[in-house]
Design a protein around this ligand. Structure first.
Ligand SMILES: [Ca+2]
Ligand SMILES: [Zn+2]
Ligand SMILES: [Zn+2]
Length: 267
């Protein structure tokens, strides 16, 4: 599938206090272990540069993504990023490895909400999902249609822990959601961690509109953006709900895949 292959958790032999490698940058053992797990999960592809030290290469990739000095060593800046809640999709999209970036080829793409959160009413979830789709469809010649029965291209749902796709959620915090790039089966589907506290912006928690707009970007074929203003930025930051909209970077990305809606209308 288009989502990353998650690696098994890497554990050091218990009780054996190994000296930390220079890449640990003088951080604590706990932080170094946290960083290793994070790098393996969100930077899963081994770089072509046969760097024997793949963790150093991954650290460099991460530093490049987040516009940090590229040292290949752990730093407090990285620790700060690691501790933020975020999307479960890696920062190096798998599709960028293939010449054919997956996208929907039909003009109408169907979607369906298959399970709900206890935190918001069904009505509210449906309304916010519609709103998120509208934000994307405004920019591209693609229509989205909600269906109530049968299998939709994009199946949207909430689940906790293991939920049938080999990318189990991790309890409150950390990974908030993930989605699959366009394709059959799981392709296009978007999953939200029911162990988060979801909100429509009227209370404390993770703003569902922000999260679903981001995940639908993946469902349409976008990877993560390193532009902090982009909806497709990988970490979650509470934003002003009133001004929430796609950034220029998101719009350019999605139009690169599907073209501009105005060009389409002229035809
Ligand atoms: Ca979580
Ligand atoms: Zn994401
Ligand atoms: Zn899932």
């Amino acid at each position: 599938m288009q989502l990353a292959v998650l690696c098994a958790v890497c554990l050091l032999p218990g009780g054996l206090a190994l000296p930390l490698p220079p890449e640990a940058g003088g951080m604590s053992e706990l932080q170094w272990e946290q960083a290793q797990r994070y790098l393996k999960k969100f930077y899963p592809y081994d770089s072509k540069s046969r760097d024997v030290n793949s963790l150093r290469a991954k650290l460099k990739e991460m530093q490049q993504f987040f516009h940090l000095p590229i040292t290949g060593m752990l730093s407090s800046d990285i620790i700060k990023i690691i501790q933020k809640p975020r999307c479960g999709v890696p920062d190096v999209a798998e599709y960028s490895l293939f010449p054919d970036r997956p996208k929907w080829t039909s003009k109408v793409v169907t979607y369906k909400v298959i399970s709900y959160t206890r935190d918001l009413s069904h009505f509210k979830v449906n309304q916010l999902v519609d709103k998120a789709f509208a934000m994307w469809s405004k920019e591209i010649p693609l229509q989205f249609k909600r269906i109530r029965v049968g299998i939709a291209d994009i199946m949207i749902g909430f689940a906790r822990g293991a939920h049938g796709d080999s990318f189990p959620f991790d309890g409150p915090g950390n990974t908030l959601a993930h989605a699959f790039a366009p394709g059959p089966g799981l392709g296009g589907d978007a999953h939200f961690d029911e162990d988060e506290r979801w909100t429509d912006g009227t209370s404390i928690g993770i703003n569902f509109l922000f999260a679903v707009t981001h995940e639908l970007g993946h469902s349409l074929g976008l990877g993560h953006s390193s532009d902090p203003n982009a909806v497709m930025y990988p970490t979650y930051e509470a934003r002003d709900a009133k001004d929430f909209k796609l950034s220029q970077d998101d719009i350019e990305g999605i139009q690169k895949l599907y073209g501009n809606i105005y060009d389409f209308k002229k035809e």
